[in-house]
Design a protein around this ligand. Structure first.
Ligand code: ADP
Length: 492
């Protein structure tokens, strides 16, 4: 509560009035007049020597001028100076000075007037300039606070020690609770991210990480059960705020509610999952009927019909691959892709795969250029899927007659497989994006290639599921080499 004592202090002490541009007229007028009257009345009780009284008066009035210039700027300083000089003339007039004494007194008073006004002018101007700066800064801070308040995302700002200095209302709405102001976010350091105990404080946890590491935490997603029981999906970013000398002066976190997007994504995933499940059975039946039909039309009897049926079979195979990719993507999304791991010889498996794939294409020749015998502990079918996808891509994106080179190497405790082609290549800025779900390079020349952008996403997830890595080295128009590495069986 604003106490009377605080009010008195704010009224009297000039330092506490810095930044306040309300300059008083009445107070300097009253106090200076009061001092002059008191001096006039009690002059002879202070000292009997008029020179000492005069000196005393000068000290008192200089003090008043400094005080009021500091407290009330130019206005305060000039009012006090004017009253002081007027009082000096009053003394000269009432004491009936004459001749030399009168002249000296007037001269001294005029010199003092110049000094007083100069003093009042300098101090008053400085005070007003500082006030303008402080006010401008306060305005800026208010403007920023207002903007933060209006933002559609939750914002938390802490000082360099981790104490919350600002939280906007939106954050309270998002996390369903009000954060205590001055809360020390560094207290959360020891707790795991989004811990069940206090998941609503994850955004604060990011701030603690930022303050302790000095590095930004980009886009982290987490779920939160709100007090009413509703689960929401949140996304938070946190970043340090540095001074010009590079010291951390604050940390800021932005929290947004991404529940609507997540729900929409989930609905889409559910639909894809359901649709691919529904499509699987009729496609399997179609394949069976086509096989039956092919068996019925004996080779050589009706080549035209046989060719048509073979083409239909190829298209249905393609359809089956697409549906199976869709199912895999949706299994990966829901964490339902399980691996049947076993130990096998990777080199042999790759040789078999290449022989098999070479039968399906005459466009390029697939060659093993270097190989070592290594054992891995992995899901054979899923690794076949990865290799088949890399080779299919190499074939799809390179010209007829070119070579596709496959290598198996051993590097430390890893097996490294590479698939090299001499095709259109991939620009540097696309090289990480191609492993994202449904991503295809949007290039007019490549638009003619069919595909849905699922293959590399699935491959990446499968390799990740085997504690391996997948990457590409390529330059636009200079072919591409895809690599994946897996831990050797003895190191799993
Ligand atoms: P898609 O079904 O489109 O081939 P992928 O996920 O397998 O989906 O590949 C994603 C994108 O990566 C492709 O659309 C293509 O632009 C690029 N890409 C993949 N492999 C190669 C390659 N060997 N050479 C050039 N571009 C490739």
């Amino acid at each position: 509560m604003y106490s009377f004592y605080a009010w008195v202090c704010d009224f009297i002490f000039p330092l506490r009035r810095l930044g306040i541009r309300q300059y008083s007229t009445f107070f300097p007028l009253l106090l200076t007049t009061a001092c002059a009257v008191l001096l006039e009345v009690y002059a002879y009780q202070i000292a009997h020597d008029p020179e000492i009284v005069g000196l005393f008066a000068i000290v008192v009035f200089i003090g008043l001028i400094i005080y009021f210039s500091f407290r009330d700027g130019l206005k305060g300083g000039f009012i006090t100076s004017t009253l002081t000089i007027s009082y000096y003339f009053y003394i000269i007039y009432t004491r009936n000075y004459a001749g030399q004494q009168l002249e000296t007194s007037i001269e001294t008073t005029l010199v003092l007037a110049v000094v007083y006004f100069l003093l009042a002018g300098i101090i008053g101007w400085l005070k007003q300039t500082v006030d303008v700066f402080i006010e401008r800064e306060a305005d800026e801070r208010r403007r920023l606070a207002r903007i933060i308040e209006q933002l559609p995302v939750g914002v938390i700002i802490t000082d360099h020690k981790g104490h919350i200095t600002q939280v906007n209302d939106r954050l309270g709405q998002i996390i369903g609770m009000d954060l205590p102001n001055d809360y020390d976010v560094t207290k959360l350091k020891a707790k795991p991210l989004g811990s069940a105990e206090s998941p609503e404080l994850s955004a604060l946890h990011f701030l603690a990480t930022v303050l302790s590491t000095g590095k930004a935490v980009p886009r982290k997603e987490f779920t939160l059960s709100k007090p009413g029981g509703k689960t929401v999906y949140l996304q938070a970013n946190a970043a340090p705020v540095h001074t010009t000398s590079g010291r951390i002066m604050a940390a800021a976190s932005i929290v947004s509610d991404i529940t609507p997007q997540k729900e929409m994504e989930k609905r889409k995933d559910d639909f894809v999952n359901m649709a691919s499940h529904e499509l699987k059975s009729p496609i399997t039946s179609m394949k069976l009927y086509i096989e039956l039909l092919l068996n019925k039309v004996a080779p050589g009897t009706d080549p035209q019909t046989r060719k048509i049926i073979t083409n239909i079979k190829l298209q249905v195979d393609r359809l089956q691959e697409l549906v199976s990719d869709l199912l895999d993507v949706s299994r990966l999304q829901t964490g339902k892709l399980h691996y049947k791991k076993e130990m096998f010889n990777l080199q042999k498996m790759i040789e078999q795969t290449i022989t098999e794939l070479q039968l399906t294409t005459t466009k390029q020749s697939i060659e093993i250029t270097r190989t070592v015998s290594v054992n891995v502990y992995a899901d054979r079918f899923r690794l076949y899927q990865v290799l088949a996808n890399l080779i299919a891509n190499a074939s799809k994106y390179s010209p007829t007659g070119s070579k596709i080179e496959v290598q198996v190497k051993r590097k430390d405790n890893q097996a490294v497989v590479s698939v090299k082609d001499y095709g259109i290549g991939i620009a540097k800025d696309q090289q990480t994006k191609i492993f994202k779900r449904l991503y295809q390079v949007a290039d007019t020349t490549e638009k003619t290639f069919p595909g849905l952008g699922m293959g590399l996403f699935i491959s990446k997830q499968i390799i990740k599921g085997h504690n391996g890595t997948i990457w590409v080295e390529s330059k636009k128009d200079q072919g591409a080499t895809f690599y994946f590495s897996l831990p050797l069986a003895e190191y799993v």
